[in-house]
Design a protein around this ligand. Structure first.
Ligand code: AMP
Length: 429
Protein backbone atom coordinates (compact mmCIF):
# COMPACT_ATOMS: atom_id res chain seq x y z
CA UNK A 1 0.00 0.00 0.00
CA UNK A 2 1.19 3.53 -0.80
CA UNK A 3 1.48 5.86 2.20
CA UNK A 4 -1.83 7.64 2.79
CA UNK A 5 -2.87 11.19 3.44
CA UNK A 6 -4.97 11.12 6.56
CA UNK A 7 -7.31 13.61 8.23
CA UNK A 8 -8.28 13.14 11.87
CA UNK A 9 -11.16 15.22 13.24
CA UNK A 10 -11.21 16.31 16.88
CA UNK A 11 -9.12 18.03 19.52
CA UNK A 12 -9.10 15.93 22.67
CA UNK A 13 -6.90 13.39 24.40
CA UNK A 14 -8.62 10.72 22.35
CA UNK A 15 -7.45 12.40 19.16
CA UNK A 16 -3.92 12.88 20.46
CA UNK A 17 -3.74 9.15 21.26
CA UNK A 18 -5.08 8.24 17.81
CA UNK A 19 -2.72 10.72 16.10
CA UNK A 20 0.23 9.37 18.13
CA UNK A 21 -0.53 5.86 16.91
CA UNK A 22 -1.26 6.83 13.29
CA UNK A 23 2.00 8.75 13.06
CA UNK A 24 3.97 5.59 13.95
CA UNK A 25 2.66 3.80 10.88
CA UNK A 26 4.79 3.49 7.75
CA UNK A 27 1.49 3.79 5.87
CA UNK A 28 0.94 7.30 7.23
CA UNK A 29 2.25 9.62 4.52
CA UNK A 30 0.85 12.85 5.89
CA UNK A 31 -1.43 13.47 8.86
CA UNK A 32 -3.69 16.47 9.36
CA UNK A 33 -5.59 17.03 12.58
CA UNK A 34 -8.57 19.40 12.59
CA UNK A 35 -8.44 21.29 14.83
CA UNK A 36 -6.09 19.28 17.09
CA UNK A 37 -4.29 20.60 20.18
CA UNK A 38 -0.75 21.47 21.22
CA UNK A 39 0.06 17.76 21.57
CA UNK A 40 -1.12 16.65 18.13
CA UNK A 41 1.31 19.13 16.55
CA UNK A 42 4.05 16.60 17.27
CA UNK A 43 2.21 13.93 15.24
CA UNK A 44 1.12 15.87 12.18
CA UNK A 45 -0.16 19.22 11.00
CA UNK A 46 -2.96 20.94 12.87
CA UNK A 47 -5.49 22.68 10.66
CA UNK A 48 -7.71 25.33 12.14
CA UNK A 49 -11.04 23.88 11.05
CA UNK A 50 -13.92 23.01 13.39
CA UNK A 51 -14.89 19.35 13.21
CA UNK A 52 -18.49 20.27 12.41
CA UNK A 53 -17.60 22.52 9.49
CA UNK A 54 -18.32 20.04 6.69
CA UNK A 55 -17.71 22.57 3.93
CA UNK A 56 -14.22 23.42 5.18
CA UNK A 57 -13.49 19.72 5.70
CA UNK A 58 -14.59 19.02 2.14
CA UNK A 59 -12.29 21.64 0.67
CA UNK A 60 -9.34 20.46 2.80
CA UNK A 61 -9.92 16.87 1.61
CA UNK A 62 -9.96 17.93 -2.02
CA UNK A 63 -7.03 20.33 -1.73
CA UNK A 64 -4.80 17.83 0.07
CA UNK A 65 -6.03 14.67 -1.72
CA UNK A 66 -6.97 13.00 1.56
CA UNK A 67 -7.34 9.19 1.41
CA UNK A 68 -8.63 8.44 4.91
CA UNK A 69 -10.75 10.45 7.37
CA UNK A 70 -11.12 9.40 11.00
CA UNK A 71 -13.90 11.05 12.97
CA UNK A 72 -13.02 11.30 16.68
CA UNK A 73 -16.08 12.87 18.35
CA UNK A 74 -19.74 11.87 18.02
CA UNK A 75 -21.20 15.20 16.94
CA UNK A 76 -20.12 15.20 13.27
CA UNK A 77 -21.26 11.57 13.01
CA UNK A 78 -24.69 12.27 14.46
CA UNK A 79 -24.84 15.32 12.15
CA UNK A 80 -24.25 13.04 9.16
CA UNK A 81 -20.65 13.54 8.05
CA UNK A 82 -20.55 10.01 6.62
CA UNK A 83 -23.65 10.68 4.47
CA UNK A 84 -22.16 14.04 3.43
CA UNK A 85 -19.09 12.25 2.06
CA UNK A 86 -21.14 9.53 0.37
CA UNK A 87 -23.40 12.04 -1.37
CA UNK A 88 -20.52 14.02 -2.89
CA UNK A 89 -18.98 12.48 -6.01
CA UNK A 90 -15.57 13.99 -5.22
CA UNK A 91 -15.52 12.68 -1.63
CA UNK A 92 -17.24 9.34 -2.11
CA UNK A 93 -14.05 7.34 -2.53
CA UNK A 94 -12.36 8.66 0.57
CA UNK A 95 -12.31 6.04 3.32
CA UNK A 96 -14.18 7.42 6.33
CA UNK A 97 -14.11 5.82 9.76
CA UNK A 98 -17.48 6.38 11.38
CA UNK A 99 -21.10 5.29 10.88
CA UNK A 100 -23.83 6.89 8.76
CA UNK A 101 -26.17 9.38 10.39
CA UNK A 102 -28.80 6.68 10.72
CA UNK A 103 -26.45 4.20 12.43
CA UNK A 104 -25.00 6.96 14.63
CA UNK A 105 -28.47 7.08 16.21
CA UNK A 106 -27.20 4.21 18.35
CA UNK A 107 -25.52 7.02 20.27
CA UNK A 108 -27.65 9.97 19.16
CA UNK A 109 -30.95 8.56 20.40
CA UNK A 110 -31.34 6.49 23.55
CA UNK A 111 -34.79 5.34 22.36
CA UNK A 112 -33.34 4.20 19.03
CA UNK A 113 -30.56 2.28 20.81
CA UNK A 114 -32.99 0.60 23.21
CA UNK A 115 -35.30 -0.45 20.37
CA UNK A 116 -32.31 -1.83 18.44
CA UNK A 117 -31.21 -3.88 21.46
CA UNK A 118 -34.77 -5.10 21.93
CA UNK A 119 -35.03 -6.21 18.28
CA UNK A 120 -31.78 -8.13 18.51
CA UNK A 121 -32.28 -9.61 21.99
CA UNK A 122 -29.25 -7.86 23.43
CA UNK A 123 -29.30 -7.77 27.25
CA UNK A 124 -30.08 -4.30 28.60
CA UNK A 125 -32.20 -2.76 31.37
CA UNK A 126 -35.95 -2.93 30.73
CA UNK A 127 -37.41 0.42 29.70
CA UNK A 128 -40.26 2.49 28.30
CA UNK A 129 -40.21 5.73 26.39
CA UNK A 130 -42.40 8.78 26.95
CA UNK A 131 -42.99 12.22 25.48
CA UNK A 132 -45.78 14.81 25.62
CA UNK A 133 -48.21 12.45 23.89
CA UNK A 134 -48.12 9.85 26.70
CA UNK A 135 -46.95 12.06 29.55
CA UNK A 136 -49.68 11.03 32.05
CA UNK A 137 -49.01 7.38 31.37
CA UNK A 138 -45.35 8.13 32.13
CA UNK A 139 -46.23 9.64 35.51
CA UNK A 140 -48.23 6.52 36.38
CA UNK A 141 -45.35 4.33 35.25
CA UNK A 142 -42.84 6.25 37.40
CA UNK A 143 -45.14 5.76 40.43
CA UNK A 144 -45.11 2.03 39.87
CA UNK A 145 -41.31 1.69 39.67
CA UNK A 146 -38.97 0.78 42.51
CA UNK A 147 -36.20 3.32 43.25
CA UNK A 148 -33.65 4.33 42.08
CA UNK A 149 -35.21 5.32 38.75
CA UNK A 150 -33.10 6.08 35.70
CA UNK A 151 -34.28 8.89 33.39
CA UNK A 152 -32.51 9.48 30.08
CA UNK A 153 -33.04 12.35 27.69
CA UNK A 154 -33.34 10.82 24.25
CA UNK A 155 -30.90 13.01 22.32
CA UNK A 156 -27.27 14.02 22.81
CA UNK A 157 -26.99 16.10 25.98
CA UNK A 158 -23.24 16.43 26.30
CA UNK A 159 -23.09 13.50 28.71
CA UNK A 160 -25.50 15.19 31.14
CA UNK A 161 -28.79 13.70 29.98
CA UNK A 162 -28.91 10.76 32.39
CA UNK A 163 -30.41 11.30 35.83
CA UNK A 164 -30.52 8.62 38.50
CA UNK A 165 -33.32 9.56 40.86
CA UNK A 166 -33.22 8.32 44.43
CA UNK A 167 -36.91 8.90 45.14
CA UNK A 168 -40.23 9.26 43.34
CA UNK A 169 -40.60 13.00 44.00
CA UNK A 170 -37.29 13.72 42.32
CA UNK A 171 -38.14 11.39 39.43
CA UNK A 172 -41.49 13.14 38.80
CA UNK A 173 -39.88 16.57 38.98
CA UNK A 174 -37.09 15.68 36.55
CA UNK A 175 -39.55 13.94 34.24
CA UNK A 176 -41.63 17.12 34.11
CA UNK A 177 -38.56 19.31 33.56
CA UNK A 178 -37.36 17.15 30.71
CA UNK A 179 -40.64 16.78 28.86
CA UNK A 180 -42.61 19.94 29.74
CA UNK A 181 -39.74 22.42 30.15
CA UNK A 182 -37.28 20.92 27.63
CA UNK A 183 -34.48 20.87 30.23
CA UNK A 184 -32.21 19.15 27.71
CA UNK A 185 -33.61 20.89 24.64
CA UNK A 186 -35.99 19.48 22.07
CA UNK A 187 -34.07 16.22 21.72
CA UNK A 188 -34.59 15.62 25.44
CA UNK A 189 -38.37 16.01 25.29
CA UNK A 190 -38.48 12.31 24.68
CA UNK A 191 -37.44 10.40 27.79
CA UNK A 192 -36.37 6.81 28.26
CA UNK A 193 -37.27 5.52 31.72
CA UNK A 194 -35.12 2.59 32.67
CA UNK A 195 -34.74 -0.07 35.32
CA UNK A 196 -31.70 0.62 37.54
CA UNK A 197 -28.97 -1.99 37.22
CA UNK A 198 -26.55 -2.50 40.08
CA UNK A 199 -23.10 -3.68 39.18
CA UNK A 200 -19.64 -2.70 37.96
CA UNK A 201 -19.21 -0.83 34.69
CA UNK A 202 -16.65 -1.34 31.96
CA UNK A 203 -16.25 -0.31 28.35
CA UNK A 204 -15.58 -2.65 25.46
CA UNK A 205 -14.51 -1.42 22.03
CA UNK A 206 -14.89 -3.01 18.64
CA UNK A 207 -13.92 -1.87 15.18
CA UNK A 208 -16.59 -3.02 12.72
CA UNK A 209 -16.65 -3.12 8.93
CA UNK A 210 -20.31 -3.92 8.28
CA UNK A 211 -19.70 -7.67 8.20
CA UNK A 212 -17.15 -8.57 10.82
CA UNK A 213 -15.35 -6.96 13.71
CA UNK A 214 -12.20 -6.97 15.77
CA UNK A 215 -12.18 -6.54 19.51
CA UNK A 216 -9.88 -3.94 21.04
CA UNK A 217 -8.69 -3.99 24.67
CA UNK A 218 -11.42 -3.28 27.21
CA UNK A 219 -11.18 -0.40 29.70
CA UNK A 220 -12.76 1.10 32.79
CA UNK A 221 -13.09 4.83 33.19
CA UNK A 222 -13.54 7.02 36.25
CA UNK A 223 -16.15 9.71 35.75
CA UNK A 224 -16.44 11.44 39.13
CA UNK A 225 -14.28 14.41 40.03
CA UNK A 226 -13.45 13.20 43.56
CA UNK A 227 -11.37 10.38 44.99
CA UNK A 228 -13.34 7.20 45.69
CA UNK A 229 -15.80 8.09 42.90
CA UNK A 230 -17.42 11.01 44.72
CA UNK A 231 -18.63 14.42 43.60
CA UNK A 232 -19.75 15.69 40.23
CA UNK A 233 -19.60 13.82 36.95
CA UNK A 234 -16.88 14.82 34.50
CA UNK A 235 -15.88 13.81 30.99
CA UNK A 236 -13.53 11.32 32.64
CA UNK A 237 -10.70 11.58 35.18
CA UNK A 238 -8.79 8.45 34.27
CA UNK A 239 -9.01 4.95 32.85
CA UNK A 240 -7.37 1.56 33.14
CA UNK A 241 -6.95 -1.41 30.81
CA UNK A 242 -7.28 -4.36 31.11
CA UNK A 243 -10.22 -4.58 33.51
CA UNK A 244 -9.28 -7.32 36.00
CA UNK A 245 -12.80 -8.73 36.44
CA UNK A 246 -13.34 -9.05 32.68
CA UNK A 247 -11.92 -12.55 32.49
CA UNK A 248 -12.17 -14.97 29.55
CA UNK A 249 -15.54 -16.35 30.67
CA UNK A 250 -17.07 -12.88 31.04
CA UNK A 251 -15.63 -11.66 27.74
CA UNK A 252 -17.02 -14.70 25.95
CA UNK A 253 -20.47 -13.72 27.22
CA UNK A 254 -19.84 -10.18 25.97
CA UNK A 255 -18.89 -11.47 22.53
CA UNK A 256 -21.72 -13.92 22.04
CA UNK A 257 -24.55 -12.02 23.73
CA UNK A 258 -23.65 -8.43 22.90
CA UNK A 259 -20.98 -7.79 20.27
CA UNK A 260 -21.95 -10.44 17.75
CA UNK A 261 -25.71 -9.72 17.86
CA UNK A 262 -24.91 -6.01 17.51
CA UNK A 263 -22.70 -6.50 14.46
CA UNK A 264 -25.23 -8.91 12.94
CA UNK A 265 -28.04 -6.47 13.71
CA UNK A 266 -26.22 -3.63 11.97
CA UNK A 267 -25.75 -5.84 8.93
CA UNK A 268 -29.33 -7.14 8.92
CA UNK A 269 -30.72 -3.63 9.14
CA UNK A 270 -28.38 -2.55 6.35
CA UNK A 271 -26.71 0.18 8.33
CA UNK A 272 -23.60 1.65 6.81
CA UNK A 273 -21.14 1.25 9.68
CA UNK A 274 -17.40 1.20 9.26
CA UNK A 275 -16.03 2.46 12.50
CA UNK A 276 -15.70 2.06 16.22
CA UNK A 277 -18.48 0.81 18.46
CA UNK A 278 -18.14 1.61 22.15
CA UNK A 279 -20.17 -0.70 24.36
CA UNK A 280 -20.83 0.83 27.77
CA UNK A 281 -21.48 -2.30 29.82
CA UNK A 282 -22.40 -3.17 33.34
CA UNK A 283 -21.65 -6.51 34.96
CA UNK A 284 -24.53 -7.58 37.18
CA UNK A 285 -23.39 -10.70 39.08
CA UNK A 286 -21.02 -11.47 36.21
CA UNK A 287 -23.72 -11.12 33.56
CA UNK A 288 -23.07 -8.32 31.04
CA UNK A 289 -25.77 -5.76 30.14
CA UNK A 290 -25.52 -2.82 27.75
CA UNK A 291 -25.90 0.60 29.38
CA UNK A 292 -25.22 2.53 26.20
CA UNK A 293 -23.68 2.49 22.77
CA UNK A 294 -21.35 5.17 21.50
CA UNK A 295 -20.44 5.39 17.84
CA UNK A 296 -16.81 6.40 18.42
CA UNK A 297 -13.98 5.75 20.87
CA UNK A 298 -14.20 7.03 24.44
CA UNK A 299 -12.08 9.67 26.11
CA UNK A 300 -10.04 8.94 28.26
CA UNK A 301 -10.42 5.21 27.47
CA UNK A 302 -8.65 5.68 24.12
CA UNK A 303 -5.57 6.85 26.01
CA UNK A 304 -5.21 3.32 27.46
CA UNK A 305 -6.76 1.26 24.64
CA UNK A 306 -4.65 2.63 21.78
CA UNK A 307 -1.31 2.35 23.63
CA UNK A 308 -2.04 -1.36 24.21
CA UNK A 309 -2.85 -2.01 20.56
CA UNK A 310 0.18 -3.43 18.77
CA UNK A 311 -1.24 -3.55 15.23
CA UNK A 312 -0.58 -0.85 12.70
CA UNK A 313 -3.58 1.46 13.13
CA UNK A 314 -3.63 2.68 9.53
CA UNK A 315 -3.68 -0.91 8.28
CA UNK A 316 -6.48 -1.74 10.72
CA UNK A 317 -8.61 1.24 9.69
CA UNK A 318 -8.13 0.57 5.98
CA UNK A 319 -9.15 -3.06 6.57
CA UNK A 320 -12.33 -1.77 8.25
CA UNK A 321 -13.02 0.54 5.35
CA UNK A 322 -12.49 -2.26 2.81
CA UNK A 323 -14.44 -4.89 4.79
CA UNK A 324 -11.34 -6.98 5.37
CA UNK A 325 -11.40 -7.09 9.17
CA UNK A 326 -11.99 -10.86 9.12
CA UNK A 327 -8.39 -11.17 7.87
CA UNK A 328 -6.95 -9.21 10.79
CA UNK A 329 -5.67 -10.56 14.04
CA UNK A 330 -5.47 -8.01 16.82
CA UNK A 331 -2.31 -8.10 18.93
CA UNK A 332 -2.44 -6.58 22.38
CA UNK A 333 0.43 -5.46 24.59
CA UNK A 334 0.39 -7.78 27.62
CA UNK A 335 1.30 -4.86 29.89
CA UNK A 336 -1.45 -3.00 31.69
CA UNK A 337 -1.99 0.69 31.02
CA UNK A 338 -3.53 3.42 33.15
CA UNK A 339 -4.17 7.05 32.39
CA UNK A 340 -4.67 9.88 34.87
CA UNK A 341 -6.27 13.11 33.69
CA UNK A 342 -5.22 16.54 34.96
CA UNK A 343 -8.01 19.12 34.89
CA UNK A 344 -8.33 22.86 35.33
CA UNK A 345 -9.21 24.18 38.81
CA UNK A 346 -13.00 24.51 39.09
CA UNK A 347 -13.77 21.84 36.49
CA UNK A 348 -16.41 20.45 35.87
CA UNK A 349 -17.81 23.84 36.87
CA UNK A 350 -16.38 27.14 35.66
CA UNK A 351 -12.66 27.35 35.08
CA UNK A 352 -10.10 29.71 33.53
CA UNK A 353 -7.93 28.92 30.53
CA UNK A 354 -4.58 30.18 29.30
CA UNK A 355 -2.28 29.05 32.12
CA UNK A 356 1.19 27.94 31.14
CA UNK A 357 1.90 24.22 31.58
CA UNK A 358 5.30 23.44 33.11
CA UNK A 359 7.24 20.19 32.98
CA UNK A 360 6.09 18.86 29.63
CA UNK A 361 9.62 18.60 28.27
CA UNK A 362 11.26 16.78 31.17
CA UNK A 363 9.95 13.40 30.29
CA UNK A 364 11.97 10.77 28.48
CA UNK A 365 10.76 7.45 29.86
CA UNK A 366 9.43 5.12 27.20
CA UNK A 367 6.75 3.58 29.41
CA UNK A 368 5.02 6.93 29.98
CA UNK A 369 3.13 8.99 27.39
CA UNK A 370 1.60 12.42 27.88
CA UNK A 371 -1.53 12.95 25.81
CA UNK A 372 -2.83 16.50 25.52
CA UNK A 373 -6.56 17.30 25.72
CA UNK A 374 -7.41 20.93 26.33
CA UNK A 375 -4.10 22.55 25.43
CA UNK A 376 -3.09 25.22 22.95
CA UNK A 377 0.20 26.49 21.63
CA UNK A 378 0.46 30.23 22.18
CA UNK A 379 3.58 31.49 20.44
CA UNK A 380 5.61 28.47 21.49
CA UNK A 381 4.20 28.21 25.02
CA UNK A 382 1.81 25.37 25.81
CA UNK A 383 -1.15 26.69 27.80
CA UNK A 384 -4.37 25.24 29.21
CA UNK A 385 -7.31 25.50 26.86
CA UNK A 386 -10.08 23.35 28.37
CA UNK A 387 -11.45 21.57 31.42
CA UNK A 388 -9.56 18.36 30.88
CA UNK A 389 -6.03 19.47 30.09
CA UNK A 390 -3.84 16.41 29.69
CA UNK A 391 -3.68 12.69 30.39
CA UNK A 392 -0.60 10.81 31.58
CA UNK A 393 -0.62 7.17 30.46
CA UNK A 394 1.80 4.64 31.95
CA UNK A 395 2.44 0.99 31.29
CA UNK A 396 3.21 -1.47 34.09
CA UNK A 397 2.61 -5.08 35.09
CA UNK A 398 -0.71 -4.25 36.73
CA UNK A 399 -3.24 -1.47 36.32
CA UNK A 400 -2.66 -0.23 39.84
CA UNK A 401 1.11 0.03 39.34
CA UNK A 402 0.51 1.82 36.06
CA UNK A 403 -1.87 4.26 37.74
CA UNK A 404 0.59 4.92 40.57
CA UNK A 405 3.27 5.64 38.02
CA UNK A 406 1.05 8.15 36.23
CA UNK A 407 0.31 9.88 39.54
CA UNK A 408 4.04 10.17 40.25
CA UNK A 409 4.68 11.67 36.80
CA UNK A 410 1.93 14.21 37.49
CA UNK A 411 4.07 15.64 40.29
CA UNK A 412 6.53 16.86 37.66
CA UNK A 413 3.83 18.70 35.72
CA UNK A 414 2.23 21.91 36.81
CA UNK A 415 -0.24 24.60 35.85
CA UNK A 416 -2.24 27.03 37.91
CA UNK A 417 -5.15 25.23 39.60
CA UNK A 418 -4.13 21.78 38.32
CA UNK A 419 -6.07 18.88 39.86
CA UNK A 420 -6.01 15.12 39.33
CA UNK A 421 -7.20 12.02 41.12
CA UNK A 422 -4.54 9.87 42.78
CA UNK A 423 -6.79 6.81 43.15
CA UNK A 424 -7.44 5.73 39.56
CA UNK A 425 -7.79 1.93 39.51
CA UNK A 426 -8.33 1.91 43.29
CA UNK A 427 -10.62 -1.15 43.26
CA UNK A 428 -7.85 -3.22 41.75
CA UNK A 429 -5.11 -2.47 44.26
P1 AMP B 1 -25.23 6.77 29.74
O1 AMP B 1 -25.12 8.18 29.26
O2 AMP B 1 -26.37 6.00 29.19
O3 AMP B 1 -23.90 6.05 29.67
O4 AMP B 1 -25.43 6.88 31.32
C1 AMP B 1 -24.51 7.56 32.13
C2 AMP B 1 -24.24 6.76 33.38
O5 AMP B 1 -25.45 6.55 34.11
C3 AMP B 1 -23.70 5.37 33.12
O6 AMP B 1 -22.32 5.37 32.92
C4 AMP B 1 -24.11 4.65 34.37
O7 AMP B 1 -23.21 4.93 35.42
C5 AMP B 1 -25.43 5.29 34.72
N1 AMP B 1 -26.56 4.48 34.23
C6 AMP B 1 -27.17 4.62 33.03
N2 AMP B 1 -28.15 3.73 32.91
C7 AMP B 1 -28.18 3.00 34.04
C8 AMP B 1 -28.99 1.91 34.51
N3 AMP B 1 -29.99 1.41 33.79
N4 AMP B 1 -28.72 1.42 35.73
C9 AMP B 1 -27.71 1.93 36.48
N5 AMP B 1 -26.93 2.95 36.10
C10 AMP B 1 -27.15 3.49 34.89
Amino acid sequence: MEPLKILLLGSGGREHAIAWKLSQSSLCGKLFIAPGNAGTEACGENVNIAYNDFLAIQSLCLREHIDLVIVGPEEPLVNGICDYFKSDAALRNIALIGPSREAAQLEGSKAFAKAFMHRHHIPTASYREFDLSNYEEGVEYLRSLPIPIVLKADGLAGGKGVIICQNHVEAMAEFELMIQQAKFGDAGKKVVVEEFLKGIELSVFALVDGKSYVLLPEAKDYKRIGEGDTGLNTGGMGAVSPVPFADAVFMEKVRTRIIEPTVKGLQQEKFDYKGFVFFGLISVNNEPFVIEYNCRMGDPETEVVIPRLQNDLVELLMAASQQRLSEIEVRIDPRAAATVVAVSGGYPGNYQKGYEIDGLDILSEDDVIIFHSGTANEDGTVVTNGGRVLAVTSYAETVSKAAQRSSIIMEFLDFHGMYYRTDIGYEFR
